[in-house]
Write a protein that binds this ligand. Structure first.
Ligand SMILES: NC(=O)c1ccc[n+]([C@@H]2O[C@H](COP(=O)([O-])OP(=O)(O)OC[C@H]3O[C@@H](n4cnc5c(N)ncnc54)[C@H](O)[C@@H]3O)[C@@H](O)[C@H]2O)c1
Length: 289
C-alpha cells in the first residue's frame, strides 16, 4: 500500500488524488483554502482512504510520493518545498507538478534537494498518461528511478527529460502550436471553433496514435523520412510562421471569440469537461486494445 501526499488541491491536485485512489493508494491532502474539505467531498466523495489534513507536516509524514500542485509562483514553491523536505520521510520522492519552474530553481539554497524533481503531468493527470520527470541539478539518480517506478505504479507513462528547460518538452510543443493558432485566428484565416475542428480531425487524431517523427516516416511512403524531407518537406519548410499580437486589446478580442464559441462559467466548464473526459476514456480504451 502506497501513500500520495497532495499539496495544493486545485484542478491538478484533485486529479492526482482521483488517480491515486483508483490505484488503491492512501491519499492525504493539504490546501490552505478554507472550504477544502467541502471541495474534496464534492469532487471525490466520502472515502476513508482520502484524508484532508490541516498542515504540510501531517500531509507528508507517511507519503511515498509527495506531489506539489500549488500556485505557479517560484517563492510559493520554494517555501512549500522547504517545509516538505523538513517533514517528509527520507526515502520519499518529492515532486512538483510545475508546468515551467525547474527543480533547481525551487531548491536553490535548500539542503535535501536530492529527493526533489519535477513530475509534470498533462491535464487531467488521472486520464492523461504522460508525466515528464525532470531532475534538477542536485536530484539523485535514485530519486529519479524511484519517481519513474511510482508513476508507473499509478499507471502513468513517465519520460525522464535530460536537460531542464522552461516548459520541458510537451508544453514547449504546445506553446509553439498555440502561437500559430492565435496568429491564424487574428489574421482572420480561421475561427477558433474551426481551428479546433481542423486539429481534432487531423493532427490530434494522428498524434493519439503515432508521434510527429513516426508520422514523417509514414508520410514519405516506403522512402521514409528521407523522401518526405526531400519532397514535400522541401516546400513546407519554406513556410514562415507568424507572430501573434499580444497587446491587451487584441488578446481581449481573441478571448471574446473563444468564449463565444464555447461559453463561460461553471455550466460550460462541466459540459466541456464531461465531453473531454468521456472522449479521452474512449480513445485510451481503443489504444489499449
Ligand atoms: N492546469 C493545468 O493545465 C496544469 C497542467 C500541468 C501542471 N500544472 C501545474 O500544476 C500546479 C497547480 O495548477 P492548477 O491548475 O491545479 O492550479 P489551481 O489554481 O487550480 O490550484 C492551485 C491550488 O493551490 C492552492 N494553494 C494556494 N496557496 C497554497 C499554498 N501556499 N500551499 C498549498 N496550496 C496552495 C489553492 O488553494 C488551489 O487549490 C501549477 O504548478 C501548474 O503549473 C497545471
Amino acid at each position: 500500500m502506497s501513500t500520495l501526499a497532495v499539496i495544493g488541491a486545485g484542478v491538478i491536485g484533485l486529479s492526482w488524488a482521483r488517480l491515486a485512489r483508483e490505484h488503491e493508494w492512501d491519499v492525504t491532502i493539504y490546501d490552505p483554502r478554507a472550504d477544502i474539505a467541502d471541495v474534496v467531498a464534492a469532487e471525490l466523495g466520502a472515502d476513508p482512504r482520502i484524508r484532508v489534513v490541516a498542515d504540510i507536516a501531517a500531509a507528508v509524514a507517511e507519503a511515498d510520493l509527495v506531489q506539489e500542485n500549488g500556485p505557479e509562483r517560484l517563492p510559493i514553491k520554494q517555501e512549500l518545498f522547504a517545509r516538505i523536505i523538513e517533514h517528509a520521510r527520507p526515502d520519499a520522492v518529492l515532486a512538483t507538478s510545475s508546468s515551467s519552474i525547474t527543480a533547481t530553481l525551487i531548491t536553490e539554497g535548500l539542503s535535501g534537494a536530492g529527493r526533489v524533481l519535477v513530475g509534470h503531468p498533462f491535464n487531467p493527470p488521472d486520464l492523461m498518461p504522460l508525466v515528464e520527470v525532470v531532475p534538477g541539478r542536485d536530484t539523485t539518480e535514485d530519486a529519479t528511478e524511484r519517481a519513474v517506478e511510482l508513476y508507473e505504479g499509478l499507471g502513468r507513462v513517465p519520460v525522464v527529460i535530460g536537460t531542464e528547460m522552461p516548459g520541458f518538452v510537451a508544453n514547449r510543443l504546445q506553446g509553439a502550436l498555440s502561437r500559430e493558432a492565435v496568429y491564424l485566428v487574428q489574421q482572420g484565416v480561421v475561427s477558433p471553433a474551426d481551428l479546433d475542428v481542423i486539429m481534432r480531425n487531423s493532427l490530434g487524431l494522428r498524434w493519439a496514435t503515432i508521434g510527429p517523427f513516426e508520422g514523417n516516416v509514414l508520410g514519405g511512403g516506403p522512402g521514409g523520412i528521407r523522401h518526405l524531407y526531400a519532397g514535400v518537406g522541401a516546400e513546407t519548410s519554406k513556410i514562415e510562421f507568424g507572430t501573434p499580437a499580444t497587446d491587451p486589446e487584441r488578446m481581449e478580442t481573441l478571448i471574446g471569440q473563444v468564449e463565444q464559441a464555447y461559453g463561460t462559467g461553471v455550466e460550460a466548464f462541466e459540459r466541456l469537461r464531461a465531453t473531454r473526459d468521456s472522449r479521452t476514456r474512449a480513445v485510451l480504451a481503443a489504444l489499449e486494445d
